[in-house]
Design a protein around this ligand. Sequence first.
Ligand code: FAD
Length: 279
Amino acid sequence: MTDVTGFPVSVEFFPPKTPEGVDKLRLVRQQLYALKPEFCSVTFGAGGSTQEGTFNTVREILAEQVSAASHFSCIGATRERVREQLATLRAMGVKRLVALRGDLPSGYGTGGEFQYASDLVAFIRAETGADFHIEVAAYPETHPQAKSPESDLQAFATKVRAGANSAITQYFYNSDAYFRFVEDADALGVTVPVVPGVMPITSSTQLMRFSDACGAEIPRWIRLRLQSFGDDTASIKAFGLDVVTDLCEQLRAGGAPGLHFYTMNQSAATLEICRRLGI
Ligand code: FAD
């Protein structure tokens, strides 16, 4: 039997907005540490909304002796501001960044001195050498603003060539899209690990809302089954666990280098999926 217990997982949190949320996340982290995550990542709000919260959460994770990755977006930012924030992260002892373009909240316009995530990756490498392990985002189902799947794949290759070490994908429920993306990237000579991002299904409305915004496809059969459960959250959760565990099994069997869980600051679904996977 293959030893699956050491299969690498990482988990993602968002910075809580209230003191109660901070306390709850502390508890959730302790529960998820049972998985021995390779790292915990913390999202970053473009335009300044949650940046202090990101750094505070990252500080807490590091103080808990766990490896933390700070997401870091560049849209609307100046080089000087990015330089200062990199210095702060370095002083905090952060070793891993998830480098993103980000999306500005509506009303912020555009502007800033970076256009794409690849500009940020190149800047981080120029400023800090090999100090950080840099992750970038990958989109097996194509980023919603991309001109075409081909141009999006080229954009991914550009980010990696600018100095990214590995990638985490947008979530998806169709493993073929992931395997095809990895194969296509490989054909371009882009061979960094591409870790699938996994979104547990715990609520139908929340999933539909997120997926519309980020361009992740919910396959028709999943959408219809979720709709058919109405307000029956127990059935939604039970179905979600089955679907997402199957997806993770396919990904692992097909050679995915690890799994990155979008926990939404909840532990139950991620823990149960990993328990079923034997992780
Ligand atoms: P880019 O790689 O710059 O791509 C953005 C678009 O530009 C794509 O359509 C791409 O095809 C196109 N493009 C890139 N380069 C070129 C080029 N040279 N010429 C023409 N077109 C080009 N958002 C947050 O605000 N905070 C977070 O913490 C956060 N974490 C995330 C974590 C992961 C793992 C993922 C997958 C996404 C995350 N996001 C986050 C969302 C992300 O910021 C958005 O998807 C954003 O719209 C794109 O960011 P990017 O880094 O992928 O951008």
